[in-house]
Design a protein around this ligand. Structure first.
Ligand code: SF4
Length: 473
């Protein structure tokens, strides 16, 4: 029985493409197939990951406690100041609230939290059950906002009403309500907002520093290490620089429509994309500051002089190894394909949870013949692809980690739980180090996959013998 017959549902066949097998078409941007056990998160989770790094706001999950625990501290988003985002608040809806309604409980929870923590704003997330019982979030939030004098913003993120991408949209709509409210006085004509960077392991600080060296002011971090006051004056920035196209592109479009703020799509992962992102921003400001390109070139040159010799060492060890990528947004996959190529590695599987037709077309163009391209995959498919392609490392997020480890494959967390920054030039070096230590780790000699492949049989046998000798009689 072929792989397609054994693990791929008929309804999903057009969401998987093997480059070189047929003319490229890709089914995507649709609801997940019921029963296929998609790797996608729910709408609520999508909105929470976008808004959560706003560190001086209260984030209150209106729903059963399970929803709050599902997303608590979901990302390692660091803050340089307040850390309210690290606390997870829930109205903990019970059976009685489901029957009689949870509005009063929500009101009391909001009042208590605002009194206790004095946040700059509050976000209230709607969950599945709230959508079902019909609590009027807007009315409660408006009442508390009036009484307490801070923005209290409902996030219409009922888990069942779409996929993670709908959650991004709900988050952008909620955040947009803050915009245009703060003073833009004193903002430099060379200024940007950083959209779609969540400051995992302090990454946004690296990027802000690059822009500072180029002479550019960062007005608002949206949303890593985010502050409500900055978001309120974000409409005063000259340009929106948008990473992770899925999460905050809707916000960039709303800002363009309402305030006329142009935007650029960028990626800070890998050498090529990081350098090109800086050059693209420099080109945008070239007329206002003709010297900006020279400063940018000098910055890139200096960083590469340190980075390249060290990358070559890793490349020598990793040349010819195989990698698989399955990430949330396809934009990250583009950068990863290029980053692996720089390390001499071959990407044999590339997929995303929320890619669009244009995203997959681009992925198709930059990948090698034979690469499997997949949209909205599930554990069964991913496991089969990893086995078929016999990969050395799998790059994904928290839900992909167990798939890799169960198969005895190296794993690189490029999402929620990473502790090392992977953005910027220094991030590329960290990435190379991590890939190298995972792929070359001796631990893989002990797992069934290597034994099946017939790798290191002598070593494995000697290990078993050594184990036998150590056993007590
Ligand atoms: S919002 Fe719904 S789908 Fe999301 S975690 Fe809560 S119950 Fe689950």
């Amino acid at each position: 029985m072929s792989l397609e017959q054994s693990v791929i549902f008929d309804e999903r066949k057009d969401q998987i493409h093997r480059k070189g097998d047929a003319p490229f078409t890709m089914g995507c941007n649709r609801e997940s197939l019921a029963g296929a056990v998609s790797q996608r998160a729910c709408v609520f989770c999508g909105s929470r990951v976008v808004l959560y790094p706003i560190a001086d706001a209260v984030h209150l999950v209106h729903g059963p406690i399970g929803c709050a625990s599902y997303t608590w501290d979901i990302r390692g988003a660091l803050s340089s100041g307040p850390a309210l985002h690290r606390l997870s608040f829930s109205t903990d809806l019970q059976e009685k609230d489901v029957i009689f309604g949870g509005e009063e409980k929500l009101y009391k929870a909001l009042v208590e939290l605002i009194d206790r923590h004095a946040p700059a704003a509050a976000f209230v997330y709607s969950t599945c059950i709230v959508g079902i019982i019909g609590d009027d979030l807007n009315a409660v939030c408006a009442r508390v906002s009036r009484e307490k004098g801070i923005p209290v913003l409902p996030v219409q993120s009922e888990g069942f009403k779409g996929n993670k991408r709908s959650g991004y949209h709900a988050a952008c709509k909620a955040m947009f309500q803050l915009m245009g409210k703060g003073s833009t006085e004193g903002i430099s004509p060379l200024s940007v907002n950083l959209l779609g960077d969540f400051n995992l392991a302090g990454e946004i600080w690296i990027i802000r520093e690059y822009f500072r060296q180029m002479g550019i002011e960062t007005v608002a971090n949206i949303t890593g290490d985010g502050r409500v006051a900055d978001i309120r004056r974000a409409h005063g920035a000259a340009l929106n620089v948008v990473q992770c196209s899925g999460a905050t592109m809707d916000l960039a479009k709303m800002m363009q429509e309402t305030f006329g703020t142009p935007f650029l799509r960028v990626s800070y992962f890998g050498v090529e994309d990081m350098a090109e992102s800086l050059y693209a921003v420099a080109r945008f400001f070239l007329q206002r500051d003709p010297a900006i390109m020279d400063r940018t070139r000098a910055l890139v040159r200096e960083e590469l002089a340190v980075l390249y010799p060290r990358l070559q060492e890793y490349r020598r060890a990793l040349e010819g190894k195989k990698a698989a990528i399955y990430v949330g947004g396809a934009f990250k996959a583009f950068s990863l394909v290029k980053a692996f190529r720089l390390l001499g590695m071959q990407v044999v599987l590339a997929g995303s949870q929320t890619g669009t037709e244009e995203d997959y077309q681009e992925l198709y163009e930059i990948t090698d013949e034979g690469t499997i391209i997949v949209d909205d995959s599930n554990p069964l498919e991913l496991s089969s692809f990893l086995k078929e392609k016999d990969v050395d490392i799998f790059v994904g997020g928290v839900k992909e980690r167990p798939i890799a480890y169960k198969l005895g494959v190296g794993f690189c967390d490029h999402n929620h739980e990473r502790k090392e920054p992977l953005e910027g030039f220094v991030g590329m070096l960290n990435f190379a180090k991590e890939v190298h230590s995972s792929v070359m780790s001796p631990v893989w000699r002990f797992v069934p996959r290597s034994i099946h492949r017939g790798k290191e049989p002598a070593f494995t046998e000697s290990l078993f013998k050594a184990g036998a000798e150590c056993r007590p009689n």
